[in-house]
Design a protein around this ligand. Structure first.
Ligand code: ZN
Length: 118
């Protein structure tokens, strides 16, 4: 595996801010969910757009929070079921909105580029 850098023209601080915004949007989605679930969906939508625009990956812990199929905001135990499959080393997120199951492999490689703590 080669080091794929180079092509990113965006400065790191922009991606950092984008990453923070993504987390914030998911937090807002969480807060709004009980009252306005449809707003939660648009927060997720926005977060995804930011991620694509700035080439920032949605953190794994947040990836289980939206459906890969219908893109709805998911709350485990409320409108989704999260199961970990140790045999295939993946997580299965079943969306109760559209019924689709999204499988996410555990990432084997750990790229800790950021040295920032939590
Ligand atoms: Zn869905």
């Amino acid at each position: 595996m080669s080091d794929k850098r180079g092509r990113s023209s965006r400065p790191g601080w922009q991606q950092e801010i984008a990453g923070e915004r993504i987390k914030l949007l998911f937090r807002q989605a969480e807060e709004e969910f009980s009252r306005h679930p449809e707003r939660s969906d648009s927060y997720v939508e926005l977060a995804r757009k930011i991620g694509m625009r700035y080439n920032v990956r949605i953190p794994k812990e947040l990836k289980v929070r939206f459906c890969g199929s219908c893109r709805g905001f998911l709350v485990p135990g409320v409108n989704s079921t999260v199961r970990s499959n140790s045999r295939s080393l993946s997580m299965e997120v079943k969306c109760h909105i559209c019924g689709e199951t999204t499988r996410m492999p555990y990432s084997k490689e750990k790229k800790n580029k950021t040295d920032a703590g939590e």
